[in-house]
Design a protein around this ligand. Structure first.
Ligand SMILES: [Zn+2]
Length: 336
């Protein structure tokens, strides 16, 4: 006996629409969340995968500037979803996460059938996320909520929920730029203890880049609507890309809804994005320009190593052609 995905699908009359932003960190996922979050009908929630530890336990700062326990929005969500955040068993959630929401469990989650015992664990785990999404959508009258948790393994878990109408935006960025970014020191302003963000060696970043990106390609082949979008393309043509992604997310926009994006800038309003990159605290006009420091500052040997380790997908995403100035092949990329 095993459970098929079809057994669980279409049970809910009114699934909550969730846009999941995926990809390896330092690929521009926070910028994309910020831009999408300016659209009417869209409620950006931040990286819900980190909500439990960092906010429920760590009481870190919401993007609105209040600590989590003082943010009125998140306190309403906790009350609506769970009665109170105190009712959430964070330890149980952590144990479930370790059991199912890990990159190494993706092959099992990607299968057409899973064992009933495992299915039960996935449903229990995902129910916490469902409740947050549903409460946030109801509270704000949003058409879609955005979870920018990034990790492919969580998207694979969410796919098993009949209460979620899942769409995935898969953000890719040149692996050399990503690897370079992971070597830099960045402080986490929301952390009361002044922690630094995690750093990875270029080789480790390259391997993670391969694993995360390959996982999202497989997810698309499993029937989940996945749209791949290149970070560099967002920077070049932000208006066009956001308009295209809005259509993918079933949002009806009028031209003026995109007026917050100009030539090389965007105007960002406040949000309640709960956990994630420090960029979520920025409000007001931000420049939108390429971050190409790696092209000058990355040592040649490191660059060659990362290119070699990530070559198959770099080629598939069109990054190698740009180096040799061969015209980019037509690919399914947002904004095309
Ligand atoms: Zn807030």
């Amino acid at each position: 006996m095993s459970v098929k995905i079809a057994d669980t699908a279409e049970q809910s009359d009114n699934p909550v629409k969730v846009v999941f932003i995926g990809g390896l960190g330092r690929s521009g996922t926070t910028l994309l969340e910020r831009l999408l979050g300016q659209l009417p009908g869209v409620m950006p929630l931040g990286e819900i995968t980190h909500l439990w530890e960092r906010d429920l336990l760590g009481n870190e700062m919401c993007a609105c500037g209040a600590t989590f326990s003082y943010c009125e929005f998140w306190q309403r969500i906790g009350a609506a979803a769970f009665g109170s955040w105190d009712s959430v068993d964070v330890e149980r959630l952590g144990a479930l996460k370790a059991t199912i929401d890990r990159t190494r469990h993706i092959p099992a989650l990607a299968a057409k059938r899973i064992a009933p015992a495992q299915h039960q664990l996935v449903r229990e785990y995902v129910s916490y996320f469902e409740k947050v999404y549903q409460a946030a959508a109801a509270d704000t009258n949003a058409r879609v909520v955005v979870d920018s948790s990034k990790h492919a393994s969580l998207a694979y878990c969410l796919r098993w929920s009949p209460n979620i109408d899942l769409r995935v935006l898969h953000v890719v960025r040149d692996s050399r730029g990503v690897a370079y970014s992971w070597t830099k020191q960045v402080r986490r302003p929301e952390s009361p203890t002044g922690d630094q963000m995690t750093r990875y060696s270029p080789a480790k970043a390259a391997m993670l880049w391969n694993a995360q990106n390959a996982a999202f390609s497989l997810l698309a082949r499993r029937g989940v609507p996945v749209r791949r979008v290149r970070y560099e393309r967002i920077i070049q043509r932000p208006r066009k890309v956001i308009a295209s992604l809005a259509r993918f997310c079933d949002l009806d926009l009028v031209e003026s809804d995109l007026n917050f994006i100009g030539d090389g800038w965007a105007d960002l309003g406040p949000s309640h994005s709960a956990a994630g990159n420090p960029m979520r605290f920025t409000v007001g006009r931000i420049p939108i320009r390429p971050d190409e420091a790696w092209t000058d500052d990355m040592p040649d040997g490191t660059r060659r190593m990362v290119s070699t380790l990530t070559r198959p997908l770099l080629g598939r995403y069109g990054y190698l052609n740009e180096e040799t100035l061969v015209p980019e092949p037509k690919e399914v990329t947002a904004g095309e």
